[in-house]
Design a protein around this ligand. Structure first.
Ligand SMILES: *Cc1c(COP(=O)(O)O)cnc(C)c1O
Length: 239
């Protein structure tokens, strides 16, 4: 078994155990394998081990990797999620090449993604990024403004609003991780509970990474984003 296949099995095992501990159905939590900084070869290895959904942070790197993987595996349906920050002049490649975007935190970005989504493709799936623990310089809409943004995005013709995403600051203790994740879950539930017609597919809470996936699953995450746990430690190119 390759290292990546073995890592995937371990991460899926952690997820299953966390679901059991939380009294949740393991099928209610998906795994997004975050392949940023790793090459198409690593993605192909993960695909061979059964993984189908991948997350990328850097748009050009992601677009190149999507093309390389598609060329190698033209018949395997994969899902590509953009989980990095998007400047408004970089929306077009995202709209043209990705299936999901987790990092929409202002209407202007959503409007551009909708306008630029090519007609033959299905609508782009959107999670609204929420700044759940409040640092003023952090990305994400403040929780009090999340519903308004969700509703506005739901009206855009080429987008479908799927839920919320958050990246809480790292906390070393499980209890502290859980407390912050529970705030994201409460906001998610308050919006789902409205059962508004435009929000029929509002079913995704993108929460939890390698270090805190157990707490995120305990809180109610439906999609954990795991990089290091699947692909190993990252080295970033020097700035
Ligand atoms: C890099 C990244 C991840 C994965 O982080 P790991 O700690 O390596 O699991 C998840 N979400 C986002 C938004 C990221 O940028």
């Amino acid at each position: 078994m390759t290292t990546i296949a073995n890592n995937l099995q371990q991460v899926l095992g952690r997820m299953a155990q966390a679901c059991t501990a939380a009294g949740r159905d393991p099928a209610s939590v998906g795994l997004l394998a975050v392949s940023k900084t790793f090459g198409a070869d690593a993605v192909l290895e993960a695909v061979a081990a059964g993984q189908r959904a991948f997350g990328e942070n850097y748009i050009q790197e992601g677009v190149d990797k999507i093309a390389a993987v598609r060329a190698a595996l033209p018949d395997v349906a994969l899902q590509w999620h953009c989980i990095g920050p998007i400047q408004s002049n970089k929306t077009r490649p995202v709209a043209e090449h990705f299936d999901w975007v987790h990092t929409v935190d202002r209407l202007k970005i959503a409007e551009r993604l909708s306008a630029q989504r090519p007609e033959p493709l299905p609508p782009l799936h959107i999670c609204i990024q929420v700044n759940i623990d409040g640092g003023p310089t952090k990305s994400g809409v403040v929780p009090a403004d999340a519903l308004e943004l969700v509703r506005a995005v739901a009206k855009l013709p080429r987008l479908v609003v799927r839920g919320l995403m958050a990246i809480p600051d790292h906390a070393p203790e499980f209890e502290a991780q859980l407390a912050i994740h529970m705030r994201a879950k409460a906001l998610f539930d308050s919006i789902s509970a409205l059962k508004e017609p435009g929000l029929a597919q509002f079913d995704t809470l993108s929460l939890g990474m390698t270090a805190d996936l157990e707490a995120a699953i305990q809180a109610g995450s439906t999609l954990v984003r795991v990089g290091t746990g699947v692909f190993g430690g990252r080295t970033y190119p020097a700035a």
